[in-house]
Unconditional design. Structure first.
Length: 421
């Protein structure tokens, strides 16, 4: 179960309520017309789970594997990492997951050295099917491990891409197992498509429960039961000039990868030129408590008043590790933590920071997990995706496009073509 609490100090007026109603109507229209398809993934992707499980049960290469290596960047990787990060502690016997996303030669070499080729399944994930970084790493994987795609390694490589993309044609040429991403699902909204569901299912995660959590969120939202999502979206959209930065403060290391996914979701979706030709958007930041209390809290409390803060708190870590009553002579307050669990300590600190931030007049809201479960994680994915769509509708931008990426990609291609081959 997840509880949502907000201390925004704001009640929408009639004009703002009209904005909320208009945005909800826009999102309903996007769903009904199929302009955006991520709303349907929690239900549609259950067929993928069934198919992947059946394939894995019949494939000796997969049954003998202990590692799932995901080759992909941005939305092709971040969402999967976010889910794996929040649930890994529940799956001590799941296959190891490695992510190849950055063409950093040092990291690539280190990860190559960690892989036993005979026990690894490689998934190359690219919606467009021609992402430069992904294809470069894919080439390096094939070369380093001498993969025989038409022979002994035929079952070792799986492609996840758009139907008809260059990668899809490549996979067809070699007869590789291929899963496709719906055309109307943008890559940063695609984690509950084959993009994330295939690698997570192969690794041994309960993706059916993950999808169920997302499905329930979708049904409640479109059934009018999650009004708080639209109210938060309206607050952020209406006050974007005063509070252009939203800081996601997750209390627990499990949120580290989720922060990266959230930052991409918001940055690519909301940083746009609106219909009037103005640059607009909200800047996402992601921090981890308690670590970042000692690096950014001073800025939040006494720096520019341009931030809202969203706390993510886990009520029950399902781990009872206690702080022992070990004497620490000469250290003030050394005894006050005696006999607390670390679960209690991190949540006391979260509550204390929330109170201090709220008392400083900074708008806050909290996403409170009773525990990190598959259903809770699925719900959270949909919560942030719906929130993003609503804000985009209120800012009157093209939420699902990313034209700003195009000149960057063009410059990369031009520079590569000018260089050596």
């Amino acid at each position: 179960m997840i509880t949502y609490e907000a201390k925004l100090g704001w009640t929408p007026n009639d004009e703002e309520n009209s904005l909320i109603a208009e945005a909800i109507g826009k999102v309903v229209e996007e769903r009904e017309t199929g302009k955006a398809g991520y709303f349907n993934l929690p239900d549609d992707s259950r067929m993928i789970v069934t198919e992947v499980n059946a394939y894995a049960a019949s494939c000796e290469t997969i049954k003998k594997s202990d590692t799932v290596a995901v080759i992909g960047v941005g939305g092709s990787s971040l969402g999967t990492q976010a889910i794996e990060g929040m649930l890994r502690h529940k799956y001590p016997h799941a296959k190891r997951m490695l992510f190849f996303e950055n063409p950093d030669p040092i990291e690539l070499s280190q990860k190559f050295s960690q892989i036993n080729r005979k026990k690894t399944i490689f998934l190359v994930v690219s919606k467009s099917g021609m992402t430069v970084e992904t294809m470069a790493i894919f080439k390096a994987v094939i070369g380093h491990f001498s993969l025989d795609l038409k022979g002994k390694d035929h079952d070792r490589v799986i492609a996840i891409t758009d139907d008809g993309s260059p990668l899809c044609r490549f996979a067809d040429h070699y007869g590789l197992k291929t899963y496709t991403i719906p055309k109307n699902v943008g890559v940063r909204f695609s984690v509950l498509s084959a993009s994330g569901i295939v690698p997570l299912t192969l690794a041994g995660y309960d993706t059916c429960s993950l999808l169920e959590g997302g499905s329930k969120m979708v049904k409640r939202f479109f059934g009018g039961e999650e009004e708080h999502v639209a109210i938060k979206a309206a607050f952020l959209a209406v006050h974007k000039e005063q509070y252009p930065i939203n800081l996601l403060f997750g209390y627990g290391n499990a949120f580290a990868a989720f922060n990266r996914w959230y930052k991409q979701l918001w940055a690519e979706s909301l940083g746009k030129i609106d219909r009037c030709g103005n640059r607009t958007g909200l800047t996402p930041m992601g921090q981890i408590g308690t670590v970042d209390q000692h690096s950014i809290l001073q800025l939040i409390l006494q720096g520019p008043g341009d931030k809202t803060v969203t706390f993510m708190k886990i009520e029950d870590f399902e781990n009872g590790l206690k702080i022992p009553k070990v004497p620490l002579e000469m250290i003030p307050h050394g005894e006050i933590v005696n006999n607390y669990t670390f679960n209690e300590l991190i949540n006391i600190e979260c509550d204390a920071v929330r109170e201090a931030v709220s008392e400083a007049g900074i708008p806050t809201d909290t996403i409170l997990f009773d525990r990190l479960s598959e259903a809770n994680v699925g719900e959270t994915i949909l919560y942030f995706e719906l929130l993003t769509s609503l804000i985009g509708a209120m800012l009157r931008i093209h939420t699902y496009e990313q034209p700003g990426d195009e000149p960057v990609e063009r410059h990369i291609i031009e520079k590569l073509q000018q260089g050596k081959h």
